[in-house]
Design a protein around this ligand. Structure first.
Ligand code: FAD
Length: 474
């Protein structure tokens, strides 16, 4: 009897002891895969690890140690998987965002590349200085903007590369290299506009300009009159600062232009920068009406014009440069999402491209929210230049259903538009959907082979990758 009692006590105790390590160290729950995506939410990409550097050394260390693919993400507003590739080490630059030095004498700012334009504006506005070339919105990082060689609506200016004094790049072996138009030129003209394919831009010194007062004036005209209006009324006038036009929808027949001219008149908008936590409910409602209602185009546009036409039109340049992309965000991106495409055509081919664009967008029933027209001077030498001459740009903002069929249809019309641009010696933007064929890419970016040769030299194991590099630049 005693031995039975002993067995009954000792066996469970021994079992318990044997299981103790398991109980103490339960198997860790399966971790969800690390996935990064861009603003379109159409490109979820599984990565192997994510690092969030806060110093040059963090970036250099992460790149040097890792033997597999490395991808770089800024504000993630590109729309075709340009920020990552499968199983990459993903460098999230958003915490690497210090403004290192403002030099009011030289009119320059030195920043870490993860800083957003808005963070730069917060630092330079007290000196009454302004970013010389940037996009219309201020949420993008400096590194992301340089890597796509962004442009804005600044009259008489070219791509952002024209305002870059120098950059510092962390290369595949972890070393840092300075580059400028006169020092390591090839790297400078390759990395800017190079979509993170040559290295990580960790620092940039940018030229600034005065934060002048500007007066907003708007006008309407038939689309056929615009080319001449732009040449005589905008391009050739030294006091024009910002200029943009939007095409009337759904007829594509008229155009509304908005121009900001330098002025000494008293300010009627007191705020120096726009609020960075606005709700933008009215803008978003107007876009929703435009994209979802049968006659929504005219109603939505009317509402948008009401919101964006202040009665008091004299403001500061920084105020006009600090828009927030939140104003464009749909309530959900699940069954449909807002996307963009951009095409660049030589200024003198404006009319030809417009008629072809109108034909394609109508034939393919594209749910267009807006077509905005800006311009850019010729690129000074980037290997992946989208402005091979002075160009007019057509930015098409549209609502896209996310079913596979709808996305296949999108491929068709976007390729047709690339052809329309190529046929007038134009090009298209690489930062949006990666729908163009390899052949179209090669025609639009004739110096791509030079970029690839440089990449082979400076990144021999093809470390820096993302979906754009994988698709067109191997
Ligand atoms: C609403 C909206 C409006 C826009 N308006 C304009 C406009 O007016 N003009 C214009 O030109 N573009 C415009 N764009 C496009 C925009 O400029 C690009 O998407 C830009 O890349 C956004 O910057 P980001 O910080 O989000 O870059 P991300 O999308 O994060 O990255 C873009 C590319 O740069 C690479 N990259 C990012 N940081 C670095 C780094 N530090 N070093 C090396 N590579 C890096 C990434 O790997 C990726 O290939 C607009 C986009 C949206 C969504």
């Amino acid at each position: 009897m005693r031995s039975w009692i002993a067995i009954l006590i000792l066996v469970p105790a021994a079992l318990g002891l044997a299981l103790l390590p398991v109980i103490r160290n339960p198997r860790p729950p399966a971790r969800p895969p690390l996935v990064v995506d861009d603003v379109s939410q159409l490109n979820p990409i599984k990565v192997s690890a994510i690092v969030e550097p806060t110093s040059d050394a963090d970036v250099a260390d992460a790149v040097a140690r890792h033997t597999g693919p490395v991808s770089i993400g800024g504000g993630r507003h590109s729309m075709g998987g340009q920020i990552a590739t499968e199983n990459a080490l993903f460098i999230d630059m958003r915490h690497f965002n210090k403004v290192l030095e403002v030099d009011p004498e030289a009119g320059t700012v030195r920043v870490q590349a993860g800083a957003t334009w808005r963070e730069v504006q917060d630092a330079i506005d007290p000196f009454n200085l302004s970013v010389k070339v940037m996009q219309s919105y201020a949420n993008f990082t400096v590194g992301g903007s340089l890597s796509v060689n962004a442009h804005g609506r600044y009259v008489g200016n070219g791509p952002v590369i024209t305002t870059v004094k120098s950059i510092k790049v962390v290369m595949a072996n972890g070393s840092s290299v300075e580059a400028s138009p006169t020092n390591n030129r090839e790297l400078f003209y390759g990395a800017i506009g190079g979509y993170g394919g040559l290295g990580v831009i960790v620092e940039a010194t940018l030229e600034l300009t005065d934060n002048v007062r500007v007066k907003r004036e708007a006008g309407e005209m038939s689309i056929g009159r615009y080319a001449r209006f732009f040449r005589d009324g905008i391009q050739s006038q030294a006091d024009r600062v910002l200029h943009e036009a939007t095409v009337s929808l759904p007829d594509f027949a008229r155009l509304r232009e908005v121009t900001y001219t330098r002025t000494n008149e008293p300010l009627s908008v007191r705020a120096r920068l726009r609020s960075s936590d606005g709700s933008y409910r009215l803008n978003r409602l107007a876009l929703w009406i435009q994209s979802e209602w049968p006659l929504g185009s005219s109603i939505g546009r009317y509402l948008l014009n009401r919101v964006s036409s202040p009665d008091a039109p004299v403001s500061l340049r920084n105020y006009e440069a600090s828009y927030d992309v939140a104003e464009l965000e749909p309530a959900s991106r699940e069954s449909s999402t807002y996307l963009m495409q951009e095409y660049f055509v030589p200024t003198e081919r404006f009319d030809q491209f417009v008629s072809k664009m109108r034909e394609i967008l109508r034939l393919r029933n594209v749910n267009v929210l807006n077509v905005s027209i800006t311009h850019s001077l010729k690129d000074p030498g980037s290997l992946l230049a989208w402005a091979q001459t002075d160009v007019v740009s057509f930015l098409i903002h549209y609502n896209q259903d996310t079913t596979p069929e709808a996305l296949a249809a999108e491929e068709v019309w976007t390729r047709e538009l690339v052809n329309a641009a190529l046929n007038v010696n134009g090009s298209y933007y690489l930062g949006y959907r990666l729908n163009a064929t390899a052949e179209q890419f090669a025609r639009a970016y004739p110096r791509a082979a030079e970029f690839v040769a440089l990449k082979h030299r400076v990144d021999p194991t093809n470390k820096f990758r993302n979906r754009l590099i994988d698709r067109y630049l191997q």
